[in-house]
Unconditional design. Structure first.
Length: 473
């Protein structure tokens, strides 16, 4: 057996024992490999090559001896971002130094039009290795599902001027991490799940100007707040009934990771508003004969109605339904809707489930959307600054954002012109009687009463937060 063959036998044995056990640092393993490659490349018999090979062999012998005599722990602790990597030793031979590989990291963010291939190549990865990494990742995750703003961590290894892609990692969701790591036979995919646990938050306070502004200032997550506003919008006229000094309370779930950090918002279990001394309360409840939960009043009446009273929050009623002096035309004319003044860009919600009849420019109405809810009811929304991605025939859900406040068409300033149509004729949106949802009765009502009694006790026992932190809870 030649000296070179003997080295490779010993190199293979040590690498199997140490590197695969994760006791040998990555940088040292790469250094051993680079030493072995150097011996192969310098395998011809020139005088200079023989001398250099002798230096390489002595360096390799010392390195193998160092590895073999090192104690390998039974299990190495998991690496973390707070723990710096162990420094790799330098292998000295002759008059020079064999440089160990350098590991560098790059964080990239998904923007509009990006693909994973584009992100990798733009960050400096080769096209072939990027394709291999993506093919491995596809076994556990579809890169086409990347979201705008998604952060991806890339790891590169550089040896003797050659830079290679070593790993790609991202978190598609708070409870899931995926990665691909370069191994001996290409890239290997790995998936890790992070268990989440629900905690319940009781938050509330006093309204100063609007529910949205007061609750947002208290730190209630916007997604939870939007759900609460949609819930209250069934019965509460935000333009006329909400006054400074009124109070609100929201009891909702928050999902936290194993460190206690809040990573996702859950369901609203209970919500209430006290308006000029009158309490409006809603409980989340799933009837025994229904697959879906809904919200009910303490009397067991579903709060869901065919249409929301107001499809916008935080706006001011600037013009009612009926005859008025037209602000632009200058003469009296029938105003067949109501106007809500609001800042440019304020979201506008669909008042109810239905299908889009029209979405586009409509003369004096400007940018306009009309939704057909059933054979009787339709609603219309005008003067928008922009329309969401809608097209005729598309189904929309109650509370879905369909556009944004503007002043297009014949308008003097930013506002929403809102119409309710019954059998194709406009009626006053603020006074029309709307059909109600389900009313619980009999055994179902008794079951509901028992459940909300337990929930009332939990709410009363929970501390009321007037300011919510965004981190640990």
């Amino acid at each position: 057996m030649t000296q070179r063959q003997d080295f490779f036998e010993r190199f293979s044995a040590v690498s199997d024992q140490q590197f695969r056990g994760n006791a040998l640092p990555f940088a040292l393993g790469t250094a051993l490999f680079a030493t072995a490659i150097g011996i192969v490349v310098l395998g011809h018999d020139s005088h200079h090559a023989k001398a250099t090979r002798a230096h390489l062999l002595r360096a390799a012998e010392k390195t193998i001896a160092w590895v073999s005599n090192s104690e390998a722990p039974a299990s190495a602790p998991a690496a973390s971002q707070d723990t710096p990597p162990r420094a790799a030793p330098e292998i000295v031979f002759g008059n020079g130094v064999l440089n160990t590989p350098q590991t560098t990291f790059a964080n990239v963010t998904v923007t509009r039009g990006d693909t994973l291939m584009k992100l990798l190549v733009d960050a400096g990865a080769g096209a072939d290795e990027s394709s291999d990494a993506i093919a491995a990742l596809k076994t556990i995750y579809d890169p086409r599902r990347m979201q705008l703003g998604q952060e991806i961590t890339l790891t590169f290894s550089q040896t003797r001027g050659t830079r290679t892609l070593a790993a790609v990692a991202l978190d598609p969701s708070p409870e899931r991490s995926v990665s691909v790591i370069r191994g001996e036979n290409g890239f290997d995919a790995k998936e890790i799940t992070h268990p989440l646990a629900p905690v319940v938050i009781r938050a509330g306070g006093t309204i100063d100007s609007s529910l949205f502004q007061s609750a947002q200032a208290a730190g209630i997550p916007v997604a939870v707040l939007n759900d609460a506003i949609r819930l209250f919008s069934y019965d509460v006229d935000f333009q006329r009934e909400v006054q400074p000094g009124d109070t609100y309370e929201i009891y909702f779930e928050r999902m936290v990771d194993d460190s206690g950090k809040a990573v996702r918002n859950g369901r609203i279990l209970y919500a209430s508003m006290t308006l000029s001394g009158h309490a409006v309360r809603y409980y989340r409840y799933r009837p025994s004969d229904d697959q879906d939960a809904d919200y009910f009043s303490p009397e067991g009446q579903s709060v869901r109605k065919a249409l929301l009273r107001t499809p916008i929050d935080g706006a001011k009623l600037t013009s009612g339904f009926g005859m008025r002096q037209h602000p632009i035309l200058g003469y009296s004319a029938m105003h067949k809707g109501v106007d809500f003044g609001a800042p440019y860009g304020t979201p506008i919600m669909a008042a109810g489930d239905g299908s889009v009849e029209m979405a586009g420019w409509n003369g004096a109405y400007g940018k306009y959307v009309r939704i057909r809810h059933n054979g009787t009811y339709a609603t219309a929304y005008a003067h928008m600054s922009a329309i969401a991605s809608l097209h005729p025939g598309q189904h929309v859900h109650q509370g879905q954002v369909i556009g944004f406040v503007g002043a297009t068409g014949r308008a003097t300033g930013p506002h929403l012109h809102y119409e309710v149509l019954i059998n194709h004729a406009q009626v006053n949106p603020l006074s029309v009687r709307l059909p109600t949802g389900r009313k619980l009765e009999g055994k179902e009502l008794l079951r509901f009463k028992r459940e909300i009694g337990d929930l009332d006790q939990k709410v009363a026992a929970a501390p009321l937060n007037s300011e919510i932190t965004t981190g640990r809870n």
